[in-house]
Design a protein around this ligand. Structure first.
Ligand SMILES: [Zn+2]
Ligand SMILES: [Zn+2]
Length: 205
């Protein structure tokens, strides 16, 4: 099933502006317009203490579109440059109950700029292995040039670098450039804002 969906995504990337015609044959991603504002508000206490906050995004799939309807803020341990969910089974329970796909995650960089760290890339890799369309939102309230970014690991270039990386994701480390010359991660082009989408938040902290 995942292989089939991976092929669909490749087509999606190239034909993203083809519009309605493709709707039923490609997995687009639609998210609530409120998502980032709501998340930043929930992260506020941590942000003021220079601590990261992370959340997991759940979506249902209908006629080729993922609708992001759920933000789960798990119990977590964080520092100024990392955030680790604990009791992950609580996240899976909510997703399973509602038949949601784990389509991505969102986290703050309270004092750092808007980019994907090596640890972020490994986290994102594990999402894209499950759901090829998965994305990462980085919210960086102190970055004057870009307050948020929606990113994904380039596929196949970045995905193969991360798959082969021996450092995994517990310590910051550097990655070699993909042999293809393309960047290891890139901006997402398949995520759309939808102001009519109902949106649910589970704050498990
Ligand atoms: Zn990060
Ligand atoms: Zn690595």
């Amino acid at each position: 099933m995942l292989d089939g969906r991976r092929q669909i995504f490749s087509a999606d990337k190239q034909q993203i502006f083809a519009g309605e015609k493709l709707r039923h044959s490609s997995n687009r991603m639609s998210k609530s317009a409120r998502l980032m504002e709501d998340f930043l508000e929930l992260a506020k206490d941590n942000t003021e203490k220079d601590l990261e906050t992370c959340g997991v995004l759940g979506a249902f799939l209908e006629k080729g579109t993922f609708y992001v309807t759920t933000l789960i803020i798990p119990k977590q341990e964080s520092t100024s440059n990392s955030c680790q969910a604990v009791n992950e089974e609580e996240i899976f329970a909510i997703q399973n109950d509602r038949s949601l796909f784990p389509v991505g995650w969102i986290h703050t960089h309270p004092s750092q700029s808007c980019f994907m760290s090596s640890i972020d890339l490994h986290t994102q890799y594990s999402y894209q292995v499950m759901v090829p369309e998965a994305f990462a939102i980085v919210v960086a309230p102190t970055d004057n040039s870009r307050s948020y970014g929606i990113f994904r690991v380039s596929d196949p270039s970045g995905m193969s670098v991360l798959k082969e990386c021996q450092e995994k994701g517990s310590q910051f480390h550097s990655h070699k450039e993909p042999v293809s010359g393309s960047p290891i991660y890139e901006h997402c082009t398949h995520v759309y804002k939808n102001s009519n989408l109902r949106f649910e938040i589970f704050d498990l902290r």
